[in-house]
Design a protein around this ligand. Structure first.
Ligand SMILES: Cc1cc2nc3c(=O)[nH]c(=O)nc-3n(C[C@H](O)[C@H](O)[C@H](O)COP(=O)(O)OP(=O)(O)OC[C@H]3O[C@@H](n4cnc5c(N)ncnc54)[C@H](O)[C@@H]3O)c2cc1C
Length: 374
């Protein structure tokens, strides 16, 4: 089977074997068997955050399609984390193959708040923690309690708390190389007696809903507002919208230090993004020859602005290439029909080079590259 058929960007060579274990137990058993055989394994949910190479994949693709949403008793940790009583929270256990947006719709219908602004993000629930999905002022991190994980190193099923996943802006320990399978995720959401959302935390969404930032709005209105905004940018999967043949945002918004941010043009958008400054511990008497990379990044830049102002506009493509910048949003690279992964990567490298030579900022791709690199 061609992997292009299993990805939203529609690139990827032929796979030797594709399986789709139907239940949680079958998924665990199948993956353990594959690991024991030494076969190469590629996990795929919705295929919406991968750029798979054109060469054939010499291994087994495991499609994660397990289903099930279970309501668990909320416990004291839900209350402690969110400063509300446990009775005001709902705890859900969701199997990895459930569709993320269907889950958001279900929570909105039930009056449970916490993930409504993450409406319309394609893909599976199991992949959601991989890059700590986020949009319109919400991130998975604030609702995720933990996951059940089949650990590659031990071969065992373990429970990992959200803290152990080291979730950050579009990243986690899982995206950074901790190998295994997300079997299910546990979420803690607020039971919204008045049917209102969490406070709106994103300017553009507040404007679209015509409310001040920080307002609480009926959950269904937030969902509808987010879906409309996303559709206007080609960011919901829609068979009638060629701009949605993509992997979503192709680059993350760069994080830079304050001094560097000051060197950018005054109109370049930047948002304070201040993680706790990390202290560097070095042995006494040790003078590092090379200063370690700064980890106390303070400002998030707009990758879309940098790309546009490096002279790459909507719809841009390289001569003869079937890969193009989306006609609605400079941050997405689209397959206009029959593009190869090599063409997608070529355009991505071109964008990186132009932005670097114009602003000295290196853009990092958001999707996972499989079988090739950018
Ligand atoms: C139009 C569009 C809009 C998007 N908008 C957003 C957005 O607003 N915010 C955002 O954060 N992302 C966005 N994305 C990216 C993508 O939807 C998310 O990253 C999503 O969580 C990927 O889910 P998936 O099931 O498709 O993952 P896949 O693409 O199938 O897999 C992604 C990675 O996770 C691994 N993986 C998949 N399932 C598992 C599992 N069960 N256990 C362990 N590893 C697994 C895969 O091996 C791969 O490395 C968008 C994508 C598109 C196409």
């Amino acid at each position: 089977m061609r992997l292009a058929e299993l990805t939203t960007l529609r690139v990827g060579g032929e796979a030797e074997s594709v399986i789709a274990p139907a239940s949680r137990d079958e998924l665990v058993a199948a993956v353990l068997e594959l690991w024991a055989s030494g076969d190469e394994v590629l996990l795929l949910g919705g295929g919406s955050n991968v750029v798979i190479g054109d060469d054939d994949f010499d291994g087994t693709v495991v499609r994660v399609v397990t289903r099930g949403v279970e309501r668990l008793a909320a416990d004291d940790s839900d209350a402690a984390d969110n400063s509300t009583a446990a009775a005001d929270r709902v705890r859900l256990r969701v199997q990895a193959g459930e569709n993320w947006d269907a889950l958001v719709a279900l929570t909105v219908d039930n009056g449970w708040a916490g993930i409504e602004a993450l409406s319309g993000i394609p893909g599976s629930c199991g992949a959601a923690p991989i890059q700590n999905i986020g949009a319109y002022g919400q991130e998975l991190e604030s609702s995720l309690v933990g996951i059940e994980f089949l650990d590659y190193l031990s071969g065992e099923l373990v429970s990992l708390s959200a803290a152990e996943l080291e979730l950050g802006y579009r990243t986690s320990a899982l995206k950074q190389g901790r190998e295994g399978v997300v079997i299910s995720i546990d979420l803690s959401l607020a039971v919204s007696a008045d049917g209102l959302s969490e406070p709106i935390a994103y300017d553009q969404l507040a404007s679209a809903l015509k409310v001040p930032l920080g307002s609480r709005v009926p959950l269904a209105e937030v969902r509808a507002g987010v879906l409309a905004l996303r559709a206007s940018k080609g960011m919901v999967l829609d068979a009638s919208d060629p701009d949605s043949v993509s992997a979503g945002s192709f680059f993350t918004n760069p994080l830079v230090g304050e001094n560097f941010a000051r060197t950018l043009p005054a109109d370049a958008p930047r948002w304070a993004n201040a993680p706790e400054p990390r202290e560097l511990v070095v042995p006494l008497g040790y003078e590092p020859a090379v200063q370690p990379e700064r980890t106390d990044f303070r400002f998030k830049l707009s990758a879309a602005w940098l790309i546009e102002h490096a002279g790459i506009g909507r719809g841009f493509s390289l001569p003869g290439s079937k890969a193009a910048i989306s006609s609605k949003h400079t941050l997405a690279i689209t397959n206009t029909g029959g593009a190869t992964a090599a063409e997608i990567s070529e355009l991505a490298r071109f964008v990186q080079t132009r932005v670097f030579s114009e602003f000295g900022v290196r853009l990092h791709p958001e999707p996972v590259f499989v079988g090739h690199s950018i």
